[in-house]
Design a protein around this ligand. Structure first.
Ligand SMILES: [Fe+2]
Length: 235
C-alpha cells in the first residue's frame, strides 16, 4: 500500500566551510550594532532583532561583505534548484539584520511578507546539551492532507497519531556556520533559547524582479526598480 507525497517545501542549507575564520569578526560587529541600536522596542522575552531597532541594512556594511557574498552565491544555487532561469531575474537583498537571542528569548510566528526568499546565517550557537538553543520552526499552513479543515487542531484529539503525513510543523536546530534559505512567505518562528549562552544570527530578505526588457514577465514579476518613478508631488 504505497502512499506517495508531493508538493515538498524546499528548505536549502549549506555549512559554509570558512565560517570559523569569520566568526569572531561577525560576533563583534553584531554586538556593536546591538549596543548602538535604538532603544529597545520589544518585550524582554523576544530576541533583539535589528529590523525593529534601525539596524536593517547590514548588507551595505563592509564588515558583513563575506556573508553577503555567500548569500548571493547560495541564493543563485537555490533558485536554480527550484527551476528558475537566472538570466530572466534580477536579485536584490532588500534588507538584512542581526538577531541576538539571550536566555529565555524567542521570536514569535511571522512571515517576511515584503520579500521572496529569506536566509538565515548562524554565527554563534550555544553548544548542544541538556538545554535547547532554540529551533527554527516552519508551520504547515497549507495542510494539504487535512481532509476536513481544522481536523488537526490542537483543540481536538481527533488526529492522535503524529506522522509525516499530518505533521503541522518542522523544527530545525541551528548549526553554527550554517546558511539556510526558505520561501519568505513561509510562516515560521524561533523557539526559546533555553541555554545561558548567546545565540547570534543574521537574517536576509531577498527580492526577485524581472530583468530590464523582459516585458512579458511583468505581469508576474515586479519590473526592475530602475524603471519606477517616484511621485514628484506628495500625491
Ligand atoms: Fe523570520
Amino acid at each position: 500500500m504505497p502512499i506517495e507525497t508531493c508538493f515538498p517545501l524546499a528548505i536549502y542549507y549549506e555549512d559554509l566551510p570558512d565560517a570559523s575564520q569569520h566568526q569572531q569578526g561577525l560576533i563583534d560587529a553584531v554586538l556593536q550594532l546591538e549596543q548602538a541600536g535604538a532603544e529597545r522596542r520589544n518585550y524582554p522575552e523576544m530576541a533583539w532583532t535589528g529590523d525593529l531597532h534601525g539596524v536593517e541594512q547590514i548588507h551595505t556594511n563592509p564588515k558583513f561583505a563575506w556573508i553577503v557574498e555567500q548569500v548571493e552565491r547560495h541564493t543563485a544555487i537555490y533558485l536554480l534548484e527550484l527551476g528558475v532561469d537566472l538570466t530572466k531575474v534580477d536579485l536584490y537583498i532588500q534588507r538584512a539584520w542581526p538577531i541576538v537571542s539571550r536566555t529565555e528569548q524567542e521570536i514569535g510566528a511571522h512571515c517576511h511578507n515584503t520579500a521572496h526568499i529569506s536566509a538565515v546565517y548562524y554565527i554563534q550557537v550555544p553548544a548542544e546539551g541538556t538545554y535547547d538553543p532554540g529551533r527554527l520552526v516552519f508551520f504547515n499552513d497549507a495542510r494539504v492532507n487535512e481532509v476536513s479543515p481544522g481536523l488537526g487542531s490542537e483543540n481536538t484529539d481527533i488526529v492522535d497519531a503524529d506522522n509525516y503525513l499530518n505533521q503541522l510543523h518542522a523544527a530545525y536546530l541551528p548549526v553554527e556556520g550554517r546558511l539556510l534559505m526558505f520561501p519568505a512567505k513561509q510562516r515560521h518562528a524561533v523557539t526559546m533559547n533555553e541555554t545561558d549562552e548567546l545565540r547570534l544570527s543574521l537574517s536576509f530578505d531577498i527580492v526577485l524582479t524581472a530583468t530590464a526588457n523582459a516585458a512579458g514577465a511583468y505581469e508576474f514579476l515586479t519590473p526592475p526598480p530602475s524603471q519606477w518613478q517616484k511621485f514628484r508631488s506628495g500625491g
